[in-house]
Design a binder for this molecule. Structure first.
Ligand code: BG6
Length: 485
C-alpha cells in the first residue's frame, strides 16, 4: 500500500533510539522506495544545533547502524528529508519553530513519535494541543517504558488521552513488529493443523525465553530503576504470551486482535504472597565470561550502585484461568548476560498415550513446536520418525521452516514494519490503553512483593542460563528449559 505524503516528527530526535533504530529504519524504507518524494522527518531536540550540526551527528551516530550500503546520491537524498528543530519540549513558548516547520498542507499525514522519557509525554501532548499542532488526523506514537507501575501507566493513558483519541495513539512494543510474531498469527489462524490441538488437552506446557548476551551497557541510569521485569517481561514477554494464548480473533482488525489479547491478560492467574515466592525467580549477573571474554558483574558496571538490588533476570511460571488453558504452565524467562542470544517460544505437546513399538513410551520425545524469533527466524516441529534401517526404531526428527530460506525476501526490521504501520494508520500491532493497564495490573503484585522483600536477587555468573533456582522452578514440574535439556 503506497504511503501518503507525511511529516514524521521525532521528539528525542537526536537521542539514542532515533540514531540507532528510527532513522536507520526510515532509511531502509527510503532505500526500498517506500517513501513519497516530499515526505519529511522532523527531528526535535533540545540542543540548539544548526541543521549542519545535526546532519553531522546523523553521519557519525546513525549511518553506522544502517544495514544497506548507501550510495552517496541516495544518502544525500535521505539527508534532504531530515529537518532539525530545536525545541524545549516542556516550554510551550519554544514550539514556534516546530509550528513553522509544520506549515504544510494540513491534509498530509502527521505523526508525533515521542522517543522521550515518559515523564515528558503529558507535557508534550499539552503543548502540541496549545499550539494547534495536535490536529484530529495526527497520530502519536508512545515509546516504552510506558509507566513503571499501574498508577503511572493509568496517568499516561489519561493525560495523552486528553489530547489524542484512542485510535490516534500507537503504543509501541517492538517485539510485535518482529516477523516471527506475525508469523505465529499466520501459523495459528492460517492453518487448520494446529488450532484443534492448541489447548490444554494436547499441550503440556509452553516456554517463552528472551535471552541476551549483552549487559546493561550505557543504559544503567534507566535500567537500575527499571530491571528485567519492567524492561522486558511486562511488555515483550507478555505480548508474546498473548499471541500464543489468545482466542481466535474475529478478524485481523486492531480491536478484534486487541480484544483477544486483553482477554488473555485478564485471565492470567493473580499471584498471592505464597504463589509469588514459589513461582518467581529473580537474579542479577555477576562477573563471568561471555563468548570467552571476561565481563564485569552488574554491580561493577560503571556508575552502578554497589548494593543495587535491580534484577537482570526473571523466570516465572504463569497460568491462564480459561477453559482452553487451565492447568497448562507457561514458563517465561528473560535475562541479560546469558549464555546465548535467543528469543523463542516452545510449545510442548503431550506424550502419546501408548506405544505399539518395542520401545516404551518413555523413549518418545513429546512433539514440540519451536518458534524462533532470534537470532534467526523460523519454526521447527519436532516429531518422532523411524530411523533408517531394518529395525523399527523411532527417534526425534526435525521439520524445519527457515523463513529467510523459504521466501528469499529481504528482512524487515521490527521498527521498519511498525513505522510503516503508523504511517499507514494500522493499529493492529500496537497496544491499546486497556491492554497496557491489564499487563501492569498483573505485574504489580510482583513489584510490591520485591519491594518488601529484604533478599537481593540471586546471583548468577555471566555467560550462564541464570540462577540455579530457575532450573529448579521448571524442574519441580519434571521439566527442563530447552537449552538445558
Ligand atoms: C528493549 C529493552 O525493549 O529490548 C532492552 O529495553 C533490550 O533492554 C531490548 O535489550 C531487546 O530487544 P531485541 O530486539 O534486541 O531483542
Amino acid at each position: 500500500m503506497a504511503l501518503n505524503d507525511f511529516d514524521l516528527v521525532l521528539f528525542g530526535g537526536s537521542g539514542d533510539l532515533a540514531m540507532r533504530k528510527l532513522l536507520p529504519a526510515m532509511y531502509a524504507r527510503d532505500y526500498c522506495k517506500d517513501l513519497p518524494e516530499t515526505a519529511r522527518i522532523i527531528c526535535v531536540g533540545r540542543a540548539e544545533w544548526s541543521q549542519e550540526q545535526f546532519l553531522q551527528t546523523v553521519e557519525t551516530s546513525s549511518k553506522p547502524h544502517i544495514k544497506e550500503t548507501p550510495t552517496d546520491e541516495h544518502w544525500e537524498r535521505f539527508l534532504q528529508r531530515l529537518v532539525y528543530v530545536s525545541v524545549n519540549a516542556t516550554d510551550v513558548a519554544s514550539y514556534g519553530a516546530l509550528v513553522e516547520a509544520l506549515r504544510r498542507d494540513p491534509a498530509i499525514t502527521r505523526v508525533y513519535y515521542l522517543a522521550t522519557p515518559p515523564s515528558l509525554f503529558a507535557q508534550i501532548c499539552d503543548n502540541l494541543k496549545a499550539t494547534g499542532l495536535a490536529t484530529p488526523n495526527s497520530r502519536v506514537v508512545l515509546e516504552k517504558p510506558l509507566g513503571r507501575d499501574l498508577a503511572s501507566a493509568k496517568r499516561i493513558n489519561a493525560e495523552v488521552g486528553k489530547v489524542f483519541a484512542e485510535q490516534q495513539i500507537y503504543r509501541i512494543d517492538h517485539y510485535l513488529g518482529k516477523e516471527t510474531v506475525q508469523n505465529l498469527l499466520a501459523l495459528r489462524f492460517g492453518n487448520i493443523l494446529f488450532e484443534p490441538l492448541w489447548r490444554r488437552e494436547w499441550i503440556s506446557d509452553v516456554q517463552i525465553t528472551i535471552a541476551e548476551k549483552i549487559g546493561v551497557g550505557n543504559r544503567l541510569g534507566y535500567y537500575d530503576t527499571s530491571g528485567a521485569l519492567r524492561d522486558m517481561l511486562q511488555n515483550h514477554l507478555l505480548q508474546l504470551l498473548c499471541i500464543v494464548a489468545m482466542e481466535p480473533p474475529t478478524s485481523i482488525s486492531p480491536d478484534a486482535v486487541r480484544d483477544s489479547k486483553l482477554q488473555v491478560l485478564r485471565s492470567l492467574k493473580r499471584f498471592t504472597p505464597t504463589t509469588l515466592a514459589q513461582n518467581i525467580v529473580r537474579g542479577q549477573y555477576r562477573a563471568g565470561y561471555v563468548d570467552g571474554k571476561p565481563v564485569p558483574g552488574y554491580r561493577e558496571e560503571p556508575d552502578a550502585p554497589k548494593h543495587s538490588r535491580t534484577e537482570t533476570f526473571v523466570a516465572l511460571k504463569a497460568e491462564i484461568d480459561t477453559w482452553r488453558w487451565a492447568g497448562v504452565p507457561f514458563y517465561l524467562r528473560t535475562g541479560k548476560r546469558m549464555a546465548d542470544r535467543l528469543a523463542e517460544i516452545v510449545v510442548r505437546f503431550k506424550q502419546i498415550p501408548h506405544s505399539i513399538f518395542h520401545q516404551p513410551t518413555s523413549t518418545f520425545q513429546p512433539n514440540s513446536l519451536v518458534i524462533r524469533l532470534q537470532p534467526d527466524e523460523g519454526l521447527s516441529l519436532n516429531l518422532m520418525a523411524k530411523t533408517p534401517g531394518d529395525s523399527m526404531r523411532l527417534k526425534q526428527a526435525e521439520l524445519e521452516l527457515d523463513f529467510r530460506e523459504q521466501f528469499k525476501a529481504p528482512r524487515m526490521e521490527a521498527y521498519e514494519r511498525l513505522l510503516l504501520d503508523v504511517l499507514r494508520g494500522q493499529l493492529t500491532l500496537f497496544m491499546r490503553g486497556d491492554e497496557l493497564e491489564a499487563a501492569w495490573e498483573w505485574v504489580e503484585p510482583i513489584l510490591n512483593h520485591w519491594e518488601q522483600d529484604d533478599n537481593s536477587p540471586l546471583p548468577y555468573a555471566s555467560g550462564t542460563w541464570g540462577p540455579a533456582a530457575s532450573s529448579a522452578l521448571i524442574g519441580r514440574d519434571g521439566l527442563q528449559w530447552r537449552e538445558e535439556a
